[in-house]
Design a protein around this ligand. Sequence first.
Ligand code: PMT
Length: 419
Amino acid sequence: MAKQPKNILLGISGGIAAYKTPQLVRDLTAQGATVQPVLTRAAREFVTATSLQAVSGRPVRDSLWDPAAEAAMGHIELARWADALLIAPATAQCLAQLANGLAPDLITTLYLANTAPVFVAPAMNQAMWSHPATQRNVECLRADGVQLLGPGEGDQACGDVGPGRMLEPAEIAAAVLGDGTAGHTPDTGEDNIGSEQPLAGVRCLITAGPTREALDPVRYLSNRSSGKQGFALAEAARQAGAAVTLVCGPTRVEPPAGIRRIDVISAVEMHDAVQAEVANHDVFIGVAAVADYRPATVAEQKIKKTAATTERAGGLTLELVENPDIIAAVARRPKPPLVVGFAAETERTIEHARAKLERKKLDLIVVNDVSQPGIGFAGDDNAATLITRDSEEALSRQSKTLLAAAVVRRVAALLAERG
Ligand code: PMT
């Protein structure tokens, strides 16, 4: 196990998520760390030095050119003092400066002068995060050994929805202090899932999101899956070292960048994409909410309201036919991969999930009770029970990111048991 960092330099750059950093300082200090906050000029617009000084118990540093502060502890000494450098939030500008070795302020100078592990928690608008320039910078930082924490996905301060939210302070503290739950980028610390790389060399095929079953050129049957849980799984598997292929139904949430992706619309298309790919994969994880049925015919023109479909005439009856069961077809292959299903249940969850585990011949099923408010479909959180033929492990409500990391750890353990 890596030594828990005791002295943490916390660099805060200028994004709205900076308002959460007093809580982050509290979460870190509650677990025995000493935190030295360092602010950029822009960060002072979002959080005050007074608050940070009160919670950290240390004078806040914000300038390379403060003679009194430099006389007390110069920036090189400050960099040497740290057991870890954490930058949260890290804006797009901050990531660009770090990736390019630019050092216009105290945080970026400390980054260059520091030799301890570095963690960054990006926070920005979803389009800025997905921009190729930002993604290039992120890849550079990963290659330089920086551990990326997040970002998460969801509603943003600007009104957009997508990836770019800073992880919650407790998740960041857990990742930095090494309880292994936030697992992100491979690197120096031995405690988080990314650094363990338990899926190194493993090829993982994951389905995510809903399917859409067309009725006519403008209408379809679908469900409320946002893709978030599947995307979190894809990211967690990638962070754990797997080569990931994501087969993705139509979603509004942006899938994680840097992962090979096949976009599909309907269950039949998802089935065909999975069949074409699965032979090259060691693990299959079906997170997608696949429609069990589709309209028997797709009308060529928009279906019209006619005298024959009025309420008095009995309304419109749709004939549905069964869709292929994608995961069962994978498990029936002569040499199946390790097969993990998800089950969305609203009652007798464990009993129904166990029945699916047996019927579909799965190695593991992750059952979420989608009747509970705030978890399951669409939200940022989930709660689930991991069920195998001879075990059950309940995971309490947590972010989809953390739940995905737990599922990935279990997948790695099952692969290790298989030998
Ligand atoms: O996308 P989010 O908004 O984040 O929501 C996440 C989720 C609630 C969709 C996810 O956690 C979840 O529960 N996914 C499975 C939903 C589902 O379709 O469950 P099911 O019980 O109907 O299916 C069981 C398993 O069979 C699933 O692995 C499913 O992918 C698979 N299946 C189902 C039908 C079918 N025709 N083919 C399949 O492969």
